[in-house]
Design a protein around this ligand. Structure first.
Ligand code: GLN
Length: 271
C-alpha cells in the first residue's frame, strides 16, 4: 500500500488551517516524517503506509497544540541548531536581541542564569572570541539538553546545576538572564503551544518579577567592578525592572527594543 503525497498534503493543510496553524508546517512535518529534506520531498510522489502513519502521528501532535519544534526536536537560534524537548523553553527570536547586546560588550567572562536549552550561553561561547561562559539552571533535565547542545555546536560551556546563585562561586564581567517572567495569573491566557512548554521556565510569580528581584539583588556579589547585568524582559516590564535595578544600585540603565519595537532587553552597570 502506498499513499499519494499530494493528497496527504492537501488533507494535512486543511486540518492545520482549521486549527489556525500555519499550513506550511504540513510540508515540513511530512519531510520530517519521511526523513527527507524539503527539497527532496518535492521529488517524491508517494510514501509507504508506515511513513504515512508516522506523519499522521506528528500531525495529530501538532494539532493538539504541541509546538512544532518539540515534534521535530530542534530549533534554530543565532544561526545555530539547538536540540529541544519538553524540558526546555523553545529559543525565541526575540532573545537574539539579548545575545546581540552581550556580544557588543566584548567582555569575556560571562554567566548565563536560567540557561534552559543553553541557547544564550552557547551562542555567546560560539560568537565571542576568547569568552569563558558559565551557565546555571535548576533543572537537571534542562542541563542534559544544554550539554548536548554545547557539544553539537562545538563549544565549551561550564554548566552548573544550581538554584539561582546558590552554587555559583566566581565573579563575572557580565551576567545575562532570560528568567521566567510571566505573571502566574496570565499563564492561563497563553496560547496552547506555550502552555505545552515547561511552566517552570515561564512562571515569574504573582507579579512576574520574582526572578528579576532575586537575581538583581544577588548579582552584585557575583559581578566584577563595572560588571554588567542584562535581562530579557516582558514587553510591559521595563519600568518595573528598571526600578528594581536602580534600587540595587545599578546605573547607566538602558532599555533595548526587539524587532517588533517592544521593550525586550534591559542593561545596567554595577556601580
Ligand atoms: N518570551 C516568552 C513568552 O512570551 C516568555 C519567556 C520567559 O518567561 N522567559 O512566552
Amino acid at each position: 500500500m502506498v499513499k499519494n503525497i499530494k493528497e496527504i498534503l492537501l488533507e494535512a493543510r486543511h486540518a492545520l488551517k482549521e486549527k489556525n496553524i500555519d499550513e506550511r508546517e504540513a510540508r515540513l512535518l511530512l519531510a520530517f516524517s519521511l526523513n527527507v529534506s524539503k527539497e527532496e520531498l518535492v521529488l517524491k510522489e508517494t510514501c509507504t503506509l508506515r511513513e504515512y502513519d508516522k506523519f499522521m502521528k506528528s500531525l495529530h501532535k501538532r494539532i493538539s497544540g504541541i509546538p512544532y519544534a518539540y515534534i521535530v526536536g530542534h530549533k534554530e537560534f543565532m544561526k545555530l541548531d539547538f536540540e529541544v524537548n519538553k524540558n526546555v523553553l523553545i529559543p525565541r527570536e526575540d532573545t537574539e536581541v539579548l545575545v546581540q547586546e552581550v556580544l557588543k560588550l566584548k567582555r569575556k567572562k560571562i554567566l548565563d542564569m536560567c540557561t534552559g536549552s543553553g541557547c544564550i550561553a552557547i551562542s555567546l561561547a560560539k560568537y565571542l572570541e576568547g569568552s569563558i561562559v558559565d551557565a546555571v539552571d535548576i533543572s537537571e533535565r534542562a542541563l542534559t539538553i544544554a550539554k548536548v547542545n554545547a557539544k553539537k555546536n562545538g563549544v565549551a560551556v561550564n554548566f552548573i546545576k544550581s538554584n539561582l546563585f546558590e552554587e555559583v562561586e566566581e565573579k563575572y564581567d557580565v551576567i545575562v538572564s532570560n528568567p521566567p517572567y510571566i505573571r502566574t495569573e496570565d499563564l492561563d491566557t497563553l496560547q496552547i503551544e506555550v502552555k505545552n512548554e515547561p511552566l517552570k521556565a515561564l512562571d515569574g510569580g504573582k507579579t512576574g518579577l520574582y526572578f528579576y528581584q532575586k537575581i538583581t539583588r544577588e548579582a552584585p556579589k557575583f559581578l566584577k567592578e563595572n560588571g554588567l547585568l542584562l535581562f530579557e524582559i516582558g514587553y510591559d516590564q521595563a519600568d518595573e525592572v528598571k526600578k528594581i535595578m536602580e534600587k540595587n544600585e545599578f546605573t547607566q540603565i538602558e532599555i533595548i527594543q526587539d524587532l517588533s519595537g517592544n521593550n525586550r532587553v534591559i542593561k545596567g552597570e554595577k556601580s
